[in-house]
Design a protein around this ligand. Structure first.
Ligand SMILES: NC(=O)c1ccc[n+]([C@@H]2O[C@H](COP(=O)([O-])OP(=O)(O)OC[C@H]3O[C@@H](n4cnc5c(N)ncnc54)[C@H](OP(=O)(O)O)[C@@H]3O)[C@@H](O)[C@H]2O)c1
Length: 254
C-alpha cells in the first residue's frame, strides 16, 4: 500500500489508459478522483476499483470518486478542482491523461481540428496544473504526470495537431518542473507508443500491421504498461526524477 493516504486525480479516466492508471493508483492505496466529460462516464472504472481486493477501505485499496470535467472548459476545470480540494483537502498526484485526436493530412487539416486538439491536450493540461499548483506548492509536495505520446518527440504524418500538442506538453512539463522543484513538486511526461485502446481501435489492419513491424518487443502496448510507468513516477522511488519524458513504446522509437 505504497500510496495509502495519497489523493490522486486522473483526467479522462472513463476508459483506456486513464482507467488503467486510476485502477493501479487505487490498488496501491490512493484515493482516486476519476473524471469524464459525461455524467456516469466513469461507472466502469469505479466498479473496477470497488472490485479490487479489500477495495474501498482506508486500509486496503483506495476508493474512487467520479467527477464530470471537460478540460477544454476553464470553468469546468475550476469547479472540478474546487470539488477535489473541498472533499479531500489536498491533491498529491495530478495525472493529466485526457486527450483526443483529429487526424488528417496537413493540407486537409483545418484550423478547427488544430484548435480542438490543442485545446484539450495542451491547454487542458495547463488549466488543471494551474487549478492545483497553488495547493500543491502550499503543501510543499506533489507529483504531476502528463500523458504525452512518442509523436511529440518524432512528429507523425497525419497528426500535425496531435504531435504539436504532445510536444507542447513536454515544454510545459519541463517549465513546471523548473518552477516548482523548490516546492518539492516533480513534473514528468509519460510518452506511450501504440497502446490498444478505443483511440487506436479505429486504425485499419494495414496501419496496425505496419506499426507492429516497427516495435522491437513485437506487441502493442497494454494500458497497464503505461499505468505502471505513471505509478512509478508517482512513487517515492521517483523522488529524484523531474522534467523527464519516459517513453513506453516497446522500443519503437529508440
Ligand atoms: N492509445 C494510444 O496508443 C496512445 C498513444 C500515445 C498517447 N496516448 C495518450 O494517452 C491518453 C489516453 O488515451 P486513450 O488511448 O486511453 O484514449 P481514449 O480511450 O480515447 O480515452 C480518452 C479519455 O480522455 C477523455 N477526454 C476526452 N476529451 C476530454 C475533455 N475535453 N475533457 C476531459 N476528458 C476528456 C475521455 O473521457 P470521456 O469521453 O469519458 O469524456 C476518455 O476518458 C491520451 O492523452 C492519448 O493522447 C494514447
Amino acid at each position: 500500500m505504497q500510496f495509502a493516504g495519497k489523493i490522486a486525480l486522473v483526467t479522462g479516466a472513463s476508459r483506456g489508459i486513464g482507467r488503467a492508471i486510476a485502477t493501479q493508483l487505487a490498488r496501491g492505496g490512493a484515493d482516486v478522483f476519476c473524471t469524464s466529460t459525461k455524467e456516469g462516464g466513469c461507472a466502469e472504472t469505479l466498479a473496477a476499483i470497488a472490485a479490487l481486493p479489500a477495495g474501498s477501505g482506508p486500509a486496503g485499496s483506495g476508493k474512487a470518486t467520479a467527477l464530470v470535467c471537460d478540460v477544454a472548459d476553464a470553468a469546468s476545470v475550476e469547479a472540478m478542482a474546487k470539488a477535489v480540494l473541498e472533499r479531500a483537502g489536498k491533491l498529491d498526484f495530478l495525472v493529466n491523461n485526457a486527450g483526443i485526436t483529429r487526424d488528417g493530412l496537413f493540407l486537409r487539416m483545418d484550423a478547427a481540428d488544430f484548435d480542438a486538439v490543442l485545446t484539450t491536450n495542451l491547454r487542458g493540461t495547463f488549466l488543471t496544473c494551474k487549478a492545483f499548483a497553488r495547493s500543491m506548492a502550499k503543501a510543499r509536495g506533489g507529483r504531476i504526470v502528463n500523458v504525452g505520446s512518442v509523436v511529440g518527440l518524432t512528429g507523425n504524418a497525419g497528426q500535425a495537431n496531435y504531435a504539436a500538442s504532445k510536444a507542447g506538453l513536454i515544454g510545459l512539463t519541463k517549465s513546471l518542473a523548473q518552477e516548482f522543484a523548490g516546492r518539492g513538486i516533480t513534473a514528468n511526461v509519460v510518452a506511450p507508443g501504440f497502446v490498444e485502446t478505443d483511440m487506436t481501435a479505429v486504425l485499419t489492419a494495414e496501419v496496425r500491421d505496419a506499426m507492429l513491424k516497427q516495435i522491437p518487443l513485437s506487441r502493442f502496448g497494454a494500458a497497464d504498461d503505461i499505468a505502471h510507468a505513471v505509478s512509478f513516477l508517482c512513487s517515492e522511488h521517483a523522488a529524484y526524477i523531474t522534467g523527464q519524458t519516459l517513453v513506453v513504446d516497446g522500443g519503437m522509437t529508440m
